[in-house]
Write a protein that binds this ligand. Structure first.
Ligand code: C5P
Length: 314
């Protein structure tokens, strides 16, 4: 990131309050390469946005204020560590203004669930503050700020489907040829993403292998999976789903094995831990199959379909 971008170009009139809708994601492929010297892992990360949304509202205020509502908000920090607050501060700094805003997050995306809820809120806050403060930042500028905030944040901005390389932030859009129907089985409590990556590394070493980027191939997208997305073929997508973090997540949260088994027994085409978990995603043949599975699962579960658009001002 370069120096501050100078005075805010008042290209747009500041607005009184703006609400931005941001989607959750599921990783249909998460291939984890080795640990790099900077501590991150090389990834081939195929993101698919799903129609389960947080809403971030930015309203005028003196100083930075953060509030949240929703079933799981007890797990959401309301201080400067919140990714949405950090997004507002980063945008203000970039344009040399004060981060004066009241951010309110209405959460529907599971907290620490492996569905990029925090990343979604960061992308939502960026877009909302950009409009509130009348900045009109170029898209590339917003994407660069997103990448600084977290590996998954750029995808939350763009939505749809994309391949993320590097630590997941270098995006290439992917074609999606139809609607996919999912059920997300929620778990009580979250999983820490760094802890899941550490467990993945530990399992690799325990298996006699290396966990270092220098020793492992750079991950690539699975052509069968990319073709299944482009064709809108749920059966082929189900057969190609893969997540290298799944064994680590199930190791840390053994109850996930029973959730995976329940979804498969309940008629899902396939089931997979979403990202670093503990949410489990089941791909279903139709919207009605997804509703039926969501009702039948013993855990709290949400049906949702994909693709979904990225951060959208309402
Ligand atoms: O980038 P983000 O802040 O979302 O990453 C959270 C944590 O997940 C990192 O601190 C790191 O432990 C792990 N991570 C990783 N490799 C990636 C992305 C995330 O090891 N490519």
């Amino acid at each position: 990131m370069g120096p501050a971008a100078g005075p805010v170009p008042r290209s747009r009139k500041p607005v009184s309050a703006v609400t931005v809708r941001v989607p959750a994601k599921v990783n249909v492929q998460l291939t984890v390469g080795g640990r790099r010297p900077d501590g991150f892992h090389d990834l081939a990360n195929v993101f698919l946005a799903v129609g389960l949304y947080d809403h971030v509202t930015a309203a005028p205020a003196e100083g930075l204020r953060l509030t949240a509502e929703g079933r799981d908000v007890a797990g959401v920090p309301l201080d400067g560590t919140n990714l949405a607050a950090r997004a507002a501060v980063a945008l203000a700094k970039r344009y040399g203004i004060e981060p004066d805003v009241h951010l309110h997050i209405a959460k529907a995306i599971p907290v620490a669930g492996g569905m990029a809820g925090g990343s979604a809120d960061a992308a939502g806050a960026l877009v909302a503050c950009d409009a509130l403060w009348g900045i009109g930042a170029p898209r590339e500028e917003l994407l660069a700020l997103c990448a600084e905030l977290g590996s998954d944040v750029p995808f939350s901005l763009v939505g749809g489907a994309a391949l993320g390389l590097g630590r997941g932030e270098r995006l290439t859009p992917l074609e999606v040829g139809g609607e996919f129907h999912w059920v997300f089985a929620l778990a009580e409590g979250g999983l820490s993403t760094p802890e899941v990556y550490r467990e993945c590394d530990r399992l690799r070493r325990a298996g006699g292998g290396s966990d270092l980027a220098a020793d492992l191939p750079v991950p690539v997208a699975d052509p069968a999976l990319v073709a299944a997305l482009a064709a809108g073929d749920a059966v082929a997508l189900g057969a190609a789903l893969s997540n290298d973090l799944q064994a680590a997540a199930v190791g840390l949260r053994p109850g996930l094995a029973a959730t995976l088994a329940a979804g498969r027994a309940g008629g899902a085409l396939a089931g997979i831990v979403s990202g670093s978990g503990p949410t489990v995603a089941f791909l279903c043949a139709s919207a009605s199959a997804a509703s039926a599975l969501a009702a039948a699962l013993p855990t709290r579960a949400h049906p949702a379909s994909s693709p979904a658009p990225g951060a959208t001002p309402l």
